[in-house]
Design a protein around this ligand. Structure first.
Ligand code: PEP
Ligand code: MN
Length: 338
């Protein structure tokens, strides 16, 4: 931590800052120039409260030397972390495409979806049993019964299931139904109590980016899960809110290389909720893989026009198959497999 003081401070004022740093457990190294004094605060910065220093009238600027996140930072772990999901590796050479409907509807719909996921060559399946809908009158998801339907459709194909957890109270049901990957949605990225609870289990977590979250806030949200004990975290960029109305969200492709630099954890992209239209999904998927994403989370419905949720952004089984073929060429160029 580096503290730059205002010009022409007195020795008494410097002593006040030194004392404040001491209460924070930091040792002060004072460097006095002709006009300016700079203080280096040596010690553990992580628990430090920058605002408390800014509250001192003689302090001009406080600069962190260390990142505020530790466990998720690449600084702490140089190699890429590979998450093992029932033997399927995410974050390594192989790119994983997680496909399936927005929501679990019926046993028949999920069985047909599972067949289409396998036929396209995808190895993990998505589907929401608890849905965060804008309207309280819209379909809210099939709930615990949806988890049962999902597992019954996915198990025969040995497809690990990815599904969203919105409420801590449903975590036990997720464990009982052997959910393979817990998805934390955009609306809950900063639901810190929920993050702490999924940190207490070892089930891999897909942490979606809050729709207006900075990358630093997103990394700190992941740190909550990691600090509670679960290091199996996968970041998912799903587009952010801007002034643009021609599409649902703006896919922040730039976030991919930035996250790859800042964290050792895998990064995937959801092109479906970014564009909000099925026809945009192939282009956004290509961009994501080319930019270094470790996988995709894609909505696919056996009969998109009949989907109970997000119908206009769901790929058909044929479109998913075509997308996988297209992406394998890009993966090859990158020296990866899909
Ligand atoms: C979803 O994946 O079904 C979903 C609701 O996504 P998001 O949280 O990104 O809106
Ligand atoms: Mn959806």
């Amino acid at each position: 931590m580096i503290i730059i003081l205002k010009s022409n401070v007195t020795s008494e004022e410097i002593a006040v800052v030194e004392q404040k740093l001491a209460t924070m457990g930091l040792e002060a190294h004072v460097s006095r120039g002709v006009q300016r004094t700079v203080i280096g605060g040596i010690g553990d910065e992580v628990k430090l409260d920058r605002e408390a220093l800014y509250a001192l009238p003689m302090v001009e600027k406080v600069i962190r030397v260390m990142k505020p996140y530790k466990i998720v930072a690449r600084e702490s772990h140089g190699e890429n972390s590979v998450i093992d999901i029932n033997g399927i590796k995410l974050g390594g050479q192989e790119i994983q495409v997680i496909a399936g409907p927005c929501s679990v509807e019926t046993p028949e719909q999920m069985e047909r979806a599972a067949e289409a996921v396998v036929a396209a060559g995808c190895r993990l399946m998505r589907g929401g049993a608890f849905k965060p809908r804008t309207s309280p009158y819209a379909f809210q998801g099939a709930g615990v019964e949806g988890l049962e339907i999902f597992q019954r459709a996915a198990k025969p194909h040995r497809l690990p299931i990815v599904t969203e957890l919105m409420d801590v109270r449903a975590l036990d049901a997720f464990m009982e139904h052997e959910v393979d990957v817990i998805q934390i949605g955009t609306r809950n990225m900063q639901n810190f109590d929920l993050l702490k609870e999924v940190g207490r289990v070892q089930t891999p977590v897909i942490l979606k980016r809050g729709m207006s979250a900075t990358i630093s806030e997103w990394l700190m949200a992941a740190e909550y899960i990691a600090a509670a004990g679960n290091h199996n975290i996968i970041f998912c960029e799903r587009g952010v809110r801007t002034f643009e109305t021609a599409y649902r969200n703006v896919l922040d492709v730039t976030a991919i290389p930035v996250l790859k630099k800042e964290t050792h954890l895998p990064v995937i992209v959801d092109p479906s909720h970014a564009g909000g239209k099925a026809w945009m999904v192939p282009a956004l998927s290509r961009a994501a893989i080319a930019a270094g994403a470790d996988g995709l989370l894609v909505e696919m419905h056996p009969t998109p026009v009949e989907a109970w949720c997000d119908a206009d952004q769901a790929l058909s089984p044929e479109e998913l198959k075509a997308l996988m073929a297209e992406l394998s060429g890009i993966a090859q160029v990158l020296g990866r497999q899909i």
